[in-house]
Design a binder for this molecule. Sequence first.
Ligand SMILES: NC(=O)C1=CN([C@@H]2O[C@H](COP(=O)(O)OP(=O)(O)OC[C@H]3O[C@@H](n4cnc5c(N)ncnc54)[C@H](OP(=O)(O)O)[C@@H]3O)[C@@H](O)[C@H]2O)C=CC1
Ligand SMILES: O=C(CO)COP(=O)(O)O
Length: 351
Amino acid sequence: MEQKRNAVAVVGAGSWGTALAMVLADNGCETRLWSHNPQQVKEINQSHTNEKYLPGITIPELVTGYDDLQKALNGIQTIILSVPTKAIREVLAKIAQFQKDPLVIVHVSKGIEPDTLLRISEMIEQEMPKELVKDVVVLSGPSHAEEVSLRHPTTVTVSSRNMEAAEKVQDLFINQNFRVYTNPDLIGVEIGGALKNIIALAAGISDGLGYGDNAKAALITRGLAEIARLGVKMGASPLTFSGLTGIGDLIVTCTSVHSRNWRAGNMLGKGRNLEEVLDEMGMVVEGVRTTKAAHQLARKYDVKMPITDALHDILFGEVDPKDAVDGLMTRRRTHEMEDLADILSERSQHL
Ligand SMILES: NC(=O)C1=CN([C@@H]2O[C@H](COP(=O)(O)OP(=O)(O)OC[C@H]3O[C@@H](n4cnc5c(N)ncnc54)[C@H](OP(=O)(O)O)[C@@H]3O)[C@@H](O)[C@H]2O)C=CC1
Ligand SMILES: O=C(CO)COP(=O)(O)O
């Protein structure tokens, strides 16, 4: 593989941080993988494994584990932020305590913060002092860590307000197994990545209830319609939702047993309760908090999001999943494309 000589810090050694560290190492980068768990760092450095998050996978020698965040970032210009959305502010606040030079911050998380309703790039800009941020870039798309760590062909997209920064990140990650595209639509890329987790939970529930492929196709297609309606109202390009970070990530997450969101939904559909499902997963299920945020966003932007609302009722209103599906199927009859067409026409009148 092509040899490059950058040093990069990956902040967060869960499934995704570890798989991305492997891609960087394959590209010849000196890769520092930080975890807040010293035992895990010991395992990474001694056995070159991360059994909890990527069982059976050997991590390349160019990846070194760090449990000291300041040491991991010493002399580093680019960090890959790979902790769950809920942990982002806490980790950034730690970095801001010692960091002196501006960083390129590449975030790879898929969520929206409830209550503030901020996308992750906005959370980073709010949490980090301006002088410590050179650029913020998002990397997103249909990419299960389990398959990336096996070097199976994978495609993702990077976006940023500064497309030169996005192109540098494209160059950092791209290789023969990991193809990286660019897209200037930062809002669309972040919204697609975050909201697909809601639909993946719903698809898991549908499968858990014993429904079939027709129901799954309906959820993916109508799920995409409501994600696009909200995204376009928030300023995204409608085209982005037909790309990797829209339909691409919906397909992979709604149809794969690797998806934690699908798996959690599947258990809910089989009658388990949310608390015990999250305990059993032991890994992040981003769609739960993002459902709360999207339910709030639908009201803020006055957008119809019936699948999100139904999932909100199941997760937080103790509505029985079967009743929620019945509710969706008996909604007032409607035109398939009308709402998005209205939103686009309203938007063009404001241009
Ligand atoms: N897994 C995947 O295939 C993909 C995931 N993503 C996104 O990447 C993000 C991370 O997901 P993923 O790696 O899968 O999650 P995991 O649950 O696999 O791992 C999360 C990691 O973050 C650590 N962590 C949790 N809270 C904190 C904290 N407060 N401070 C420091 N570290 C913390 C965890 O540590 P501990 O072990 O101690 O809990 C763990 O190492 C999510 O937003 C996800 O949607 C995106 C694309 C693919
Ligand atoms: O985002 C992902 C794949 O693109 C991973 O999805 P889960 O978080 O549901 O596992």
